[in-house]
Design a protein around this ligand. Structure first.
Ligand code: PLP
Length: 352
């Protein structure tokens, strides 16, 4: 079976083996692995800012970035062009922030000019999704960042499925808070999440009055200095991620970006040859989203693919049954995409 879903992704054998390593977390052995992980995350995020590591799925770090930086009634602008942008809107609303929403159509990209129009003087922060995994659209983080910084607002970016797959420059693009997770471009198992925090983000944290405990940034920062976490870390996942980051470093980030981009091109060429239609404007190289042929539910396509040993994903939200998604990120090779395309071609022929 091969996983070609936009998270979790396939992971290197060494990362799987590393999970059986035995160690207590208050030991030098664990500290060494944890320190290596944090150091390599700085390299991957391209930042000098602090990076905190949580035992949670990516959504935990999204919520952490809200409860740690704001007070009830703070005005924020959410850029939403899919399920994950919408998630930021749901989180900020549930904590009583004053939420403006720039809602773009699913499959469309966030327009930086519209962000500019919707910003207000008192907009404390702008939230953007780097790679909108529900549709396969990559948003222009750099262009939006320039506009957000001109307004003096904080810039919070969800790069849970973009980091390690496409160019991402935390410091150069003015990203105050970058949120990511272990199970997509990082090629590790699910269960770890990360946030990077600029000086301005820390300043905002000092005045934030929303309640928090498990995710309170202070306690993580304090322990970070000693290569530890305030609560029991997900030890096997840290050992696993250590190996995955080693692999990413050895492969070379630029090489990986090029590889994914070539796999994306190849996938799209084959999809168009099959007479199918692509869904995303400004498509990301993490995944390709495809419209299901008329009268065929993407649920059936996914099911038939699974019987052939290839796991792809259906749509989400209102596109649950009308699109399907094929990821070309993670620990995979060209041959896996070829296998997937051959299988898809025969599944489509049998279903239409
Ligand atoms: C996967 C994903 C999430 C959610 O991550 P979980 O680990 O499932 O909580 C959030 N945002 C984006 C863009 C994602 O791809």
């Amino acid at each position: 079976m091969i996983l070609l879903t936009p998270g979790p992704t396939e992971i290197p054998g060494e990362s799987i083996e590393a999970m059986s390593r035995k160690a207590h977390h208050r030991t030098s052995e664990f500290r060494k692995a944890f320190t290596s992980v944090v150091e390599n995350l700085h390299w991957l995020f391209k930042t000098k800012n602090d990076i905190l590591v949580f035992a949670s799925s990516g959504t935990g770090a999204m919520e952490a970035s809200v409860v740690n930086l704001f007070s009830p009634g703070d005005r924020v602008l959410i850029c939403s062009n899919g399920k994950f942008g919408k998630r930021f809107a749901e989180i900020t609303k549930s904590y009583g922030l004053n939420v403006d929403i720039y809602a773009e159509g699913w499959g469309k990209a966030i327009n930086p000019e519209m962000v500019n129009e919707m910003l207000k003087k008192d907009t404390k922060a702008v939230f953007l999704t780097h790679n909108e995994t529900s549709t396969g659209v990559a948003n222009d983080v750099k262009a939006v960042g320039r506009i957000v910084k001109e307004n003096g607002s904080l810039f919070i970016v969800d790069t849970i499925s973009g980091l390690g797959v496409m160019e991402f420059e935390t410091d150069r693009w003015g990203v105050d808070v970058a949120v990511s997770g272990s199970q997509k471009g990082l090629m590790a198992p699910p269960g770890l999440s990360f946030v990077s925090l600029s000086e301005d983000a820390w300043e905002s944290h000092r005045h934030a009055r929303l309640p928090k405990y498990y995710f309170s940034f202070d306690s993580y920062k304090e322990k970070l200095e000693t290569g530890q976490t305030p609560f029991t870390p997900a030890i096997p996942l840290i050992f696993s991620l250590e190996k995955s980051l080693d692999f990413i470093k050895k492969s070379g980030l630029e090489n990986l970006f090029k590889k994914y981009s070539a796999l994306a091109d190849m996938t799209r060429e084959r999809i168009l040859k099959m007479g199918l239609e692509l869904f995303a404007e400004r498509p990301s190289s993490a995944l390709t989203s495809v419209r299901s042929p008329q009268n065929i539910s993407s649920r059936d396509i996914v099911e038939h693919m699974k019987r052939k040993g290839i796991v792809i994903a259906g749509g989400q939200g209102q596109f649950k049954e009308t699109i399907f998604r094929i990821a070309h990120m993670g620990y995979i090779e060209r041959k896996h995409i070829e296998m997937c395309m051959d299988a898809l071609s025969s599944v489509i022929q049998n279903l239409v």
